[in-house]
Write a protein that binds this ligand. Structure first.
Ligand SMILES: Cc1ncc(COP(=O)(O)O)c(C=O)c1O
Length: 480
Protein backbone atom coordinates (compact mmCIF):
# COMPACT_ATOMS: atom_id res chain seq x y z
CA UNK A 1 0.00 0.00 0.00
CA UNK A 2 1.23 3.51 -0.73
CA UNK A 3 1.52 4.84 2.84
CA UNK A 4 2.12 8.45 1.78
CA UNK A 5 -1.18 8.63 -0.02
CA UNK A 6 -2.82 6.93 2.98
CA UNK A 7 -1.47 9.61 5.28
CA UNK A 8 -2.65 12.62 3.33
CA UNK A 9 -6.00 10.97 2.65
CA UNK A 10 -6.39 10.33 6.41
CA UNK A 11 -5.47 13.90 7.26
CA UNK A 12 -7.82 15.23 4.61
CA UNK A 13 -10.62 13.08 6.01
CA UNK A 14 -9.98 14.35 9.52
CA UNK A 15 -9.98 17.98 8.46
CA UNK A 16 -13.04 17.40 6.31
CA UNK A 17 -14.86 15.96 9.30
CA UNK A 18 -13.86 18.95 11.44
CA UNK A 19 -15.34 21.22 8.78
CA UNK A 20 -18.52 19.17 8.40
CA UNK A 21 -18.98 19.16 12.15
CA UNK A 22 -18.47 22.93 12.20
CA UNK A 23 -15.39 22.73 14.36
CA UNK A 24 -14.00 24.90 11.57
CA UNK A 25 -16.92 27.04 10.45
CA UNK A 26 -17.35 28.64 7.03
CA UNK A 27 -14.93 31.52 6.57
CA UNK A 28 -12.57 30.15 9.21
CA UNK A 29 -8.89 30.40 8.35
CA UNK A 30 -7.24 27.03 8.85
CA UNK A 31 -4.03 26.93 10.89
CA UNK A 32 -0.93 27.43 8.73
CA UNK A 33 0.61 24.45 6.94
CA UNK A 34 3.52 24.51 9.39
CA UNK A 35 1.14 24.55 12.38
CA UNK A 36 -0.97 21.71 10.95
CA UNK A 37 2.20 19.74 10.37
CA UNK A 38 3.27 20.24 14.00
CA UNK A 39 -0.19 19.52 15.41
CA UNK A 40 -0.82 16.37 13.43
CA UNK A 41 2.73 15.09 13.19
CA UNK A 42 2.72 14.92 9.40
CA UNK A 43 5.32 16.31 7.02
CA UNK A 44 4.73 19.67 5.30
CA UNK A 45 4.42 17.77 2.03
CA UNK A 46 1.66 15.51 3.42
CA UNK A 47 -0.26 18.50 4.81
CA UNK A 48 -0.01 20.31 1.48
CA UNK A 49 -1.33 17.25 -0.37
CA UNK A 50 -4.23 16.93 2.11
CA UNK A 51 -5.14 20.58 1.56
CA UNK A 52 -5.01 20.14 -2.20
CA UNK A 53 -7.41 17.25 -1.87
CA UNK A 54 -9.77 19.32 0.29
CA UNK A 55 -9.61 22.12 -2.26
CA UNK A 56 -10.54 19.65 -5.01
CA UNK A 57 -13.45 18.47 -2.89
CA UNK A 58 -14.65 22.06 -2.36
CA UNK A 59 -14.05 22.23 1.39
CA UNK A 60 -11.33 24.88 1.43
CA UNK A 61 -10.13 27.69 -0.74
CA UNK A 62 -6.58 29.04 -0.85
CA UNK A 63 -6.17 32.81 -0.57
CA UNK A 64 -2.86 34.13 -1.87
CA UNK A 65 -0.38 35.17 0.86
CA UNK A 66 -2.94 34.39 3.56
CA UNK A 67 -3.73 30.67 3.80
CA UNK A 68 -6.59 28.25 3.43
CA UNK A 69 -10.17 29.28 4.27
CA UNK A 70 -13.18 27.05 4.89
CA UNK A 71 -15.68 27.34 2.04
CA UNK A 72 -19.17 28.62 2.88
CA UNK A 73 -21.90 26.01 2.98
CA UNK A 74 -25.66 26.50 3.35
CA UNK A 75 -26.68 26.45 6.99
CA UNK A 76 -30.38 26.72 7.78
CA UNK A 77 -31.33 29.58 10.07
CA UNK A 78 -31.91 28.51 13.64
CA UNK A 79 -31.01 24.92 12.90
CA UNK A 80 -30.01 22.59 15.65
CA UNK A 81 -26.28 21.73 15.74
CA UNK A 82 -25.32 18.80 13.57
CA UNK A 83 -24.33 15.32 14.59
CA UNK A 84 -20.77 14.15 15.00
CA UNK A 85 -19.10 13.16 11.75
CA UNK A 86 -18.95 9.56 10.66
CA UNK A 87 -15.29 9.91 9.86
CA UNK A 88 -12.56 10.13 12.42
CA UNK A 89 -11.64 13.40 14.07
CA UNK A 90 -8.76 13.15 16.42
CA UNK A 91 -7.06 16.12 17.92
CA UNK A 92 -3.47 15.27 18.71
CA UNK A 93 -2.90 14.95 22.48
CA UNK A 94 -1.89 18.32 23.83
CA UNK A 95 -0.70 19.80 27.07
CA UNK A 96 -3.13 22.43 28.24
CA UNK A 97 -2.69 25.92 29.56
CA UNK A 98 -6.18 27.02 30.34
CA UNK A 99 -6.36 27.37 34.11
CA UNK A 100 -5.58 31.10 34.36
CA UNK A 101 -7.98 32.04 31.62
CA UNK A 102 -10.77 30.01 33.23
CA UNK A 103 -10.17 31.48 36.69
CA UNK A 104 -10.59 34.95 35.16
CA UNK A 105 -13.77 33.92 33.31
CA UNK A 106 -15.31 32.46 36.45
CA UNK A 107 -14.52 35.56 38.52
CA UNK A 108 -15.97 37.93 35.90
CA UNK A 109 -19.06 35.77 35.31
CA UNK A 110 -20.05 35.78 38.96
CA UNK A 111 -19.63 39.54 39.53
CA UNK A 112 -22.51 41.35 41.20
CA UNK A 113 -25.01 42.65 38.65
CA UNK A 114 -23.80 40.44 35.77
CA UNK A 115 -26.54 38.24 34.22
CA UNK A 116 -25.62 34.71 35.41
CA UNK A 117 -25.35 33.00 32.03
CA UNK A 118 -21.69 31.98 32.43
CA UNK A 119 -20.98 29.53 35.24
CA UNK A 120 -23.30 26.49 35.31
CA UNK A 121 -25.08 27.05 38.65
CA UNK A 122 -28.75 26.43 39.38
CA UNK A 123 -30.72 29.30 40.93
CA UNK A 124 -30.81 28.82 44.69
CA UNK A 125 -34.60 29.20 44.79
CA UNK A 126 -34.87 25.95 42.81
CA UNK A 127 -32.92 24.02 45.45
CA UNK A 128 -34.35 22.54 48.67
CA UNK A 129 -32.25 24.79 50.91
CA UNK A 130 -34.77 25.02 53.77
CA UNK A 131 -35.08 21.22 53.99
CA UNK A 132 -31.31 20.83 53.90
CA UNK A 133 -30.96 23.34 56.73
CA UNK A 134 -33.39 21.31 58.79
CA UNK A 135 -31.31 18.18 58.14
CA UNK A 136 -28.17 20.02 59.26
CA UNK A 137 -29.96 21.22 62.42
CA UNK A 138 -31.10 17.69 63.28
CA UNK A 139 -27.62 16.25 62.75
CA UNK A 140 -26.01 19.02 64.83
CA UNK A 141 -28.43 18.29 67.63
CA UNK A 142 -28.28 14.51 67.56
CA UNK A 143 -24.71 13.71 66.50
CA UNK A 144 -22.18 15.72 68.57
CA UNK A 145 -19.74 12.83 68.06
CA UNK A 146 -19.25 13.96 64.44
CA UNK A 147 -17.33 17.01 65.65
CA UNK A 148 -14.65 14.90 67.29
CA UNK A 149 -14.01 12.10 64.82
CA UNK A 150 -10.40 11.25 64.05
CA UNK A 151 -9.29 12.10 60.52
CA UNK A 152 -7.67 9.81 57.94
CA UNK A 153 -9.33 6.76 59.46
CA UNK A 154 -12.63 6.28 57.68
CA UNK A 155 -13.57 8.55 54.76
CA UNK A 156 -17.17 7.31 54.54
CA UNK A 157 -20.08 7.83 56.89
CA UNK A 158 -22.09 4.57 56.82
CA UNK A 159 -25.47 6.37 56.73
CA UNK A 160 -24.60 8.07 53.46
CA UNK A 161 -23.08 4.96 51.92
CA UNK A 162 -26.26 3.09 52.72
CA UNK A 163 -28.45 5.77 51.14
CA UNK A 164 -26.29 5.75 48.01
CA UNK A 165 -26.38 1.96 47.81
CA UNK A 166 -30.18 2.04 47.99
CA UNK A 167 -30.45 4.71 45.27
CA UNK A 168 -28.02 2.91 42.98
CA UNK A 169 -29.78 -0.41 43.47
CA UNK A 170 -32.97 1.16 42.10
CA UNK A 171 -30.94 2.12 39.02
CA UNK A 172 -29.76 -1.45 38.48
CA UNK A 173 -26.42 -1.30 40.32
CA UNK A 174 -25.73 -3.49 43.30
CA UNK A 175 -22.65 -1.85 44.78
CA UNK A 176 -20.69 -3.24 47.70
CA UNK A 177 -20.07 -0.90 50.63
CA UNK A 178 -16.33 -0.87 50.11
CA UNK A 179 -16.63 0.01 46.44
CA UNK A 180 -17.83 3.51 47.31
CA UNK A 181 -15.70 6.44 48.41
CA UNK A 182 -17.38 9.70 49.47
CA UNK A 183 -15.60 12.71 48.00
CA UNK A 184 -15.55 16.51 48.00
CA UNK A 185 -17.95 16.90 45.09
CA UNK A 186 -17.63 15.37 41.66
CA UNK A 187 -14.44 17.37 41.10
CA UNK A 188 -12.55 15.34 43.66
CA UNK A 189 -14.28 12.16 42.51
CA UNK A 190 -12.98 12.67 38.95
CA UNK A 191 -9.54 13.61 40.18
CA UNK A 192 -9.25 10.51 42.39
CA UNK A 193 -10.55 8.31 39.59
CA UNK A 194 -8.01 9.72 37.13
CA UNK A 195 -5.16 9.44 39.59
CA UNK A 196 -6.10 5.82 40.24
CA UNK A 197 -5.86 4.78 36.59
CA UNK A 198 -3.39 7.16 34.91
CA UNK A 199 0.15 8.30 35.50
CA UNK A 200 2.14 11.33 34.36
CA UNK A 201 2.07 11.91 30.59
CA UNK A 202 -0.60 9.28 29.95
CA UNK A 203 -3.29 10.01 27.38
CA UNK A 204 -6.91 10.34 28.41
CA UNK A 205 -9.73 10.35 25.84
CA UNK A 206 -12.25 13.14 26.47
CA UNK A 207 -15.40 14.38 24.80
CA UNK A 208 -15.01 17.35 22.50
CA UNK A 209 -16.46 19.81 23.27
CA UNK A 210 -16.01 18.79 26.89
CA UNK A 211 -16.08 20.20 30.39
CA UNK A 212 -13.32 22.78 30.96
CA UNK A 213 -12.92 21.70 34.57
CA UNK A 214 -11.86 18.29 33.35
CA UNK A 215 -9.41 19.81 30.89
CA UNK A 216 -7.88 21.88 33.70
CA UNK A 217 -7.64 18.79 35.86
CA UNK A 218 -5.94 16.81 33.12
CA UNK A 219 -3.43 19.62 32.73
CA UNK A 220 -2.70 19.87 36.42
CA UNK A 221 -2.23 16.10 36.76
CA UNK A 222 0.35 16.14 33.96
CA UNK A 223 -1.87 14.05 31.68
CA UNK A 224 -2.66 14.68 28.01
CA UNK A 225 -6.14 15.09 26.56
CA UNK A 226 -7.12 13.33 23.36
CA UNK A 227 -10.24 15.03 22.05
CA UNK A 228 -12.88 12.73 20.62
CA UNK A 229 -15.66 14.55 18.74
CA UNK A 230 -19.07 14.45 20.36
CA UNK A 231 -22.45 15.34 19.00
CA UNK A 232 -25.40 17.02 20.74
CA UNK A 233 -27.45 14.03 19.65
CA UNK A 234 -25.39 10.99 20.69
CA UNK A 235 -22.45 12.22 22.73
CA UNK A 236 -18.99 10.81 22.12
CA UNK A 237 -18.35 9.40 18.63
CA UNK A 238 -17.45 5.76 19.23
CA UNK A 239 -16.15 5.40 15.67
CA UNK A 240 -13.58 8.08 16.41
CA UNK A 241 -12.80 6.56 19.78
CA UNK A 242 -12.16 3.17 18.22
CA UNK A 243 -9.78 4.64 15.66
CA UNK A 244 -7.97 6.39 18.50
CA UNK A 245 -7.59 3.34 20.69
CA UNK A 246 -6.37 1.27 17.74
CA UNK A 247 -3.55 3.78 17.25
CA UNK A 248 -2.80 4.94 20.78
CA UNK A 249 -2.86 3.44 24.24
CA UNK A 250 -5.22 5.47 26.40
CA UNK A 251 -5.11 5.33 30.19
CA UNK A 252 -8.83 6.06 30.42
CA UNK A 253 -11.85 7.35 28.58
CA UNK A 254 -13.84 9.99 30.47
CA UNK A 255 -17.39 10.40 29.37
CA UNK A 256 -20.54 12.13 30.58
CA UNK A 257 -23.15 9.78 29.07
CA UNK A 258 -26.22 11.50 30.50
CA UNK A 259 -26.73 15.24 30.00
CA UNK A 260 -23.19 16.01 28.94
CA UNK A 261 -21.61 19.39 29.52
CA UNK A 262 -21.73 21.58 27.37
CA UNK A 263 -24.09 19.93 24.85
CA UNK A 264 -26.65 18.15 27.02
CA UNK A 265 -26.40 14.98 24.93
CA UNK A 266 -27.55 11.58 26.13
CA UNK A 267 -25.65 8.58 24.81
CA UNK A 268 -28.14 6.04 23.35
CA UNK A 269 -28.35 2.60 24.97
CA UNK A 270 -26.67 0.86 22.03
CA UNK A 271 -23.73 3.22 22.19
CA UNK A 272 -23.41 2.64 25.93
CA UNK A 273 -23.18 -1.07 25.25
CA UNK A 274 -20.68 -0.52 22.47
CA UNK A 275 -18.52 1.74 24.65
CA UNK A 276 -18.33 -0.97 27.31
CA UNK A 277 -17.39 -3.49 24.62
CA UNK A 278 -14.64 -1.21 23.33
CA UNK A 279 -13.30 -0.78 26.86
CA UNK A 280 -13.16 -4.54 27.20
CA UNK A 281 -11.64 -5.15 23.78
CA UNK A 282 -8.95 -2.47 24.05
CA UNK A 283 -8.55 -2.82 27.80
CA UNK A 284 -9.09 0.67 29.15
CA UNK A 285 -11.10 1.94 32.15
CA UNK A 286 -14.06 4.26 31.76
CA UNK A 287 -14.54 7.22 34.07
CA UNK A 288 -18.28 7.86 34.00
CA UNK A 289 -19.12 11.45 34.98
CA UNK A 290 -22.69 11.32 36.26
CA UNK A 291 -22.85 14.77 37.77
CA UNK A 292 -25.90 15.71 35.65
CA UNK A 293 -27.34 12.19 35.47
CA UNK A 294 -30.37 12.97 37.68
CA UNK A 295 -31.38 15.76 35.30
CA UNK A 296 -32.49 13.85 32.19
CA UNK A 297 -35.56 15.18 30.34
CA UNK A 298 -36.88 11.90 28.91
CA UNK A 299 -39.45 9.97 30.89
CA UNK A 300 -37.05 7.23 31.99
CA UNK A 301 -33.59 7.47 33.49
CA UNK A 302 -30.89 6.43 31.01
CA UNK A 303 -29.12 3.31 32.28
CA UNK A 304 -25.73 4.21 33.78
CA UNK A 305 -22.65 2.58 32.22
CA UNK A 306 -21.94 1.22 35.67
CA UNK A 307 -25.16 -0.80 35.44
CA UNK A 308 -24.00 -2.59 32.30
CA UNK A 309 -21.75 -5.58 31.77
CA UNK A 310 -18.02 -4.98 32.39
CA UNK A 311 -19.07 -2.63 35.19
CA UNK A 312 -15.88 -3.45 37.05
CA UNK A 313 -13.86 -1.31 34.68
CA UNK A 314 -16.19 1.68 35.18
CA UNK A 315 -15.34 4.29 37.80
CA UNK A 316 -18.65 6.08 38.31
CA UNK A 317 -18.35 9.63 39.66
CA UNK A 318 -21.14 11.95 40.74
CA UNK A 319 -22.30 14.50 43.29
CA UNK A 320 -25.29 16.42 44.61
CA UNK A 321 -23.95 19.75 43.32
CA UNK A 322 -26.39 20.12 40.43
CA UNK A 323 -29.46 18.79 42.20
CA UNK A 324 -29.20 19.75 45.91
CA UNK A 325 -26.55 22.42 46.33
CA UNK A 326 -23.08 23.04 44.90
CA UNK A 327 -21.89 24.16 48.37
CA UNK A 328 -22.44 20.78 49.99
CA UNK A 329 -19.35 19.40 48.25
CA UNK A 330 -20.66 15.85 48.59
CA UNK A 331 -19.79 13.46 45.78
CA UNK A 332 -18.76 9.85 45.33
CA UNK A 333 -16.76 7.38 43.28
CA UNK A 334 -17.84 3.80 42.72
CA UNK A 335 -14.41 2.58 41.65
CA UNK A 336 -15.04 -0.99 40.42
CA UNK A 337 -11.78 -2.91 40.35
CA UNK A 338 -9.91 0.33 41.09
CA UNK A 339 -11.81 0.97 44.34
CA UNK A 340 -8.82 0.20 46.59
CA UNK A 341 -6.63 2.71 44.71
CA UNK A 342 -9.39 5.35 44.93
CA UNK A 343 -9.72 4.81 48.67
CA UNK A 344 -5.98 5.02 49.20
CA UNK A 345 -5.71 8.26 47.17
CA UNK A 346 -8.61 9.77 49.13
CA UNK A 347 -6.94 8.96 52.45
CA UNK A 348 -3.62 10.43 51.36
CA UNK A 349 -5.00 13.53 49.63
CA UNK A 350 -7.74 14.70 51.97
CA UNK A 351 -8.49 12.17 54.72
CA UNK A 352 -12.24 12.40 54.53
CA UNK A 353 -15.05 14.61 53.34
CA UNK A 354 -16.77 16.62 56.09
CA UNK A 355 -18.64 13.97 58.14
CA UNK A 356 -21.32 16.40 59.38
CA UNK A 357 -22.35 17.23 55.83
CA UNK A 358 -22.19 13.55 54.85
CA UNK A 359 -24.67 12.67 57.58
CA UNK A 360 -26.84 15.73 56.85
CA UNK A 361 -27.16 14.64 53.20
CA UNK A 362 -27.90 11.08 54.34
CA UNK A 363 -30.63 12.49 56.62
CA UNK A 364 -32.10 14.49 53.73
CA UNK A 365 -32.13 11.41 51.46
CA UNK A 366 -33.66 9.25 54.15
CA UNK A 367 -36.59 11.68 54.53
CA UNK A 368 -37.66 10.60 51.04
CA UNK A 369 -38.40 13.87 49.23
CA UNK A 370 -35.41 13.77 46.87
CA UNK A 371 -37.13 12.02 43.96
CA UNK A 372 -40.09 14.40 44.11
CA UNK A 373 -37.71 17.37 44.16
CA UNK A 374 -35.85 15.92 41.14
CA UNK A 375 -39.05 15.52 39.15
CA UNK A 376 -39.91 19.20 39.61
CA UNK A 377 -36.33 20.29 38.96
CA UNK A 378 -36.06 18.33 35.71
CA UNK A 379 -39.27 19.92 34.38
CA UNK A 380 -38.13 23.38 35.42
CA UNK A 381 -34.71 22.98 33.78
CA UNK A 382 -36.24 21.68 30.57
CA UNK A 383 -38.57 24.70 30.44
CA UNK A 384 -35.66 27.07 31.08
CA UNK A 385 -33.39 25.48 28.48
CA UNK A 386 -36.10 25.62 25.81
CA UNK A 387 -37.00 29.23 26.68
CA UNK A 388 -33.32 30.24 26.48
CA UNK A 389 -33.02 28.50 23.10
CA UNK A 390 -35.97 30.49 21.76
CA UNK A 391 -34.47 33.76 22.97
CA UNK A 392 -31.15 32.92 21.32
CA UNK A 393 -32.78 32.11 18.00
CA UNK A 394 -34.76 35.35 18.21
CA UNK A 395 -31.89 37.70 19.07
CA UNK A 396 -28.66 36.16 17.75
CA UNK A 397 -27.36 36.68 14.19
CA UNK A 398 -28.88 34.72 11.33
CA UNK A 399 -27.20 31.35 10.93
CA UNK A 400 -26.82 30.79 14.70
CA UNK A 401 -27.38 27.18 15.69
CA UNK A 402 -28.23 25.74 19.08
CA UNK A 403 -28.03 22.35 20.74
CA UNK A 404 -31.21 20.60 21.81
CA UNK A 405 -30.26 19.42 25.31
CA UNK A 406 -31.71 16.14 26.54
CA UNK A 407 -30.88 17.01 30.11
CA UNK A 408 -29.00 19.36 32.42
CA UNK A 409 -29.22 23.15 32.32
CA UNK A 410 -26.75 24.45 29.77
CA UNK A 411 -27.20 25.41 26.13
CA UNK A 412 -24.49 25.18 23.46
CA UNK A 413 -24.64 27.90 20.82
CA UNK A 414 -22.73 28.01 17.55
CA UNK A 415 -22.41 31.45 15.92
CA UNK A 416 -21.95 32.08 12.21
CA UNK A 417 -18.85 33.56 10.59
CA UNK A 418 -15.54 33.87 12.38
CA UNK A 419 -16.77 35.46 15.59
CA UNK A 420 -14.19 34.94 18.34
CA UNK A 421 -16.31 34.67 21.48
CA UNK A 422 -13.31 34.66 23.86
CA UNK A 423 -12.14 37.97 22.39
CA UNK A 424 -15.63 39.46 22.92
CA UNK A 425 -16.01 38.22 26.49
CA UNK A 426 -14.87 41.44 28.22
CA UNK A 427 -17.21 43.49 26.06
CA UNK A 428 -20.08 41.24 27.17
CA UNK A 429 -19.10 41.66 30.83
CA UNK A 430 -18.99 45.44 30.32
CA UNK A 431 -22.63 45.08 29.16
CA UNK A 432 -23.28 43.04 32.32
CA UNK A 433 -23.83 39.68 30.63
CA UNK A 434 -21.69 36.56 31.06
CA UNK A 435 -21.22 33.40 29.00
CA UNK A 436 -18.55 30.75 28.67
CA UNK A 437 -16.55 31.12 25.44
CA UNK A 438 -16.49 27.94 23.35
CA UNK A 439 -12.69 27.66 23.19
CA UNK A 440 -12.42 26.66 26.88
CA UNK A 441 -14.30 23.46 26.05
CA UNK A 442 -11.45 22.25 23.87
CA UNK A 443 -7.86 21.34 24.65
CA UNK A 444 -6.75 22.69 21.32
CA UNK A 445 -8.66 25.94 20.92
CA UNK A 446 -11.58 24.65 18.84
CA UNK A 447 -15.08 26.17 19.09
CA UNK A 448 -13.93 29.80 18.97
CA UNK A 449 -17.30 30.73 17.43
CA UNK A 450 -19.34 28.96 20.14
CA UNK A 451 -20.59 29.81 23.60
CA UNK A 452 -22.21 27.92 26.45
CA UNK A 453 -25.10 29.56 28.27
CA UNK A 454 -26.17 28.67 31.80
CA UNK A 455 -29.93 28.03 31.93
CA UNK A 456 -30.00 27.21 35.65
CA UNK A 457 -32.08 30.31 36.42
CA UNK A 458 -35.73 30.98 35.54
CA UNK A 459 -35.94 32.86 32.25
CA UNK A 460 -37.32 36.35 32.89
CA UNK A 461 -37.54 39.71 31.12
CA UNK A 462 -34.03 40.40 32.44
CA UNK A 463 -32.79 37.27 30.67
CA UNK A 464 -34.40 38.45 27.43
CA UNK A 465 -32.65 41.81 27.77
CA UNK A 466 -29.31 40.08 28.48
CA UNK A 467 -29.67 37.78 25.45
CA UNK A 468 -30.68 40.73 23.24
CA UNK A 469 -27.51 42.55 24.36
CA UNK A 470 -25.36 39.53 23.51
CA UNK A 471 -27.10 39.19 20.15
CA UNK A 472 -26.36 42.83 19.33
CA UNK A 473 -22.72 42.39 20.38
CA UNK A 474 -22.25 39.36 18.12
CA UNK A 475 -24.13 40.96 15.25
CA UNK A 476 -21.93 44.04 15.55
CA UNK A 477 -18.76 41.98 15.46
CA UNK A 478 -19.97 40.21 12.30
CA UNK A 479 -20.54 43.53 10.58
CA UNK A 480 -17.22 45.05 11.77
C1 LIG B 1 -19.45 17.73 33.74
C2 LIG B 1 -19.06 18.14 35.14
N1 LIG B 1 -18.43 17.25 35.93
C3 LIG B 1 -18.08 17.56 37.18
C4 LIG B 1 -18.34 18.79 37.74
C5 LIG B 1 -17.93 19.08 39.15
O1 LIG B 1 -18.99 18.95 40.05
P1 LIG B 1 -18.86 19.32 41.59
O2 LIG B 1 -19.35 20.71 41.75
O3 LIG B 1 -19.71 18.33 42.30
O4 LIG B 1 -17.43 19.20 42.00
C6 LIG B 1 -19.01 19.74 36.97
C7 LIG B 1 -19.30 21.06 37.55
O5 LIG B 1 -19.64 22.02 36.96
C8 LIG B 1 -19.38 19.41 35.63
O6 LIG B 1 -20.03 20.27 34.84
Amino acid sequence: MDTTSCKYETLALNLQALIENNHFAAGYKLPSIRKLSEQWHYSIDTVQKALNLLEDRGYVQPVAKSGYYVQARNVPVGAVCTQAPDSIVLEPPVNLEVADQIAMLLRSSTREGVAPLGVAFPAHELLPIATLRRSYATVNRTRPDLLTLGSHVEPNQPELVQQLQQRFELMGMKLKRDELVITDGCTEALSLALQSVAKHNDIVAVESPGDYLLLEMIESLGLRALEIPSSPEHGMSLEALEIAVKQTRIAACIVCPTASNPMGSVMPDNNRKKLLELAEKYDFPIVEDNVYADLYFERFRPRPLKAGKQSDRVLMCGSFSKSLSPSLRIGYVAGGKYAAQVLSKKRILSGSTNPITQVAVAHYLEKGSFERHLRTLRQQFETQVRAMGNLVLKHFPQGTRISEPKGGFVLWVELPGDIDTAALFNKAIARKVAYMPGSVFSASGLYKNCIRLNCGHPVTDDTAVAIAKLGALFEGSLVA
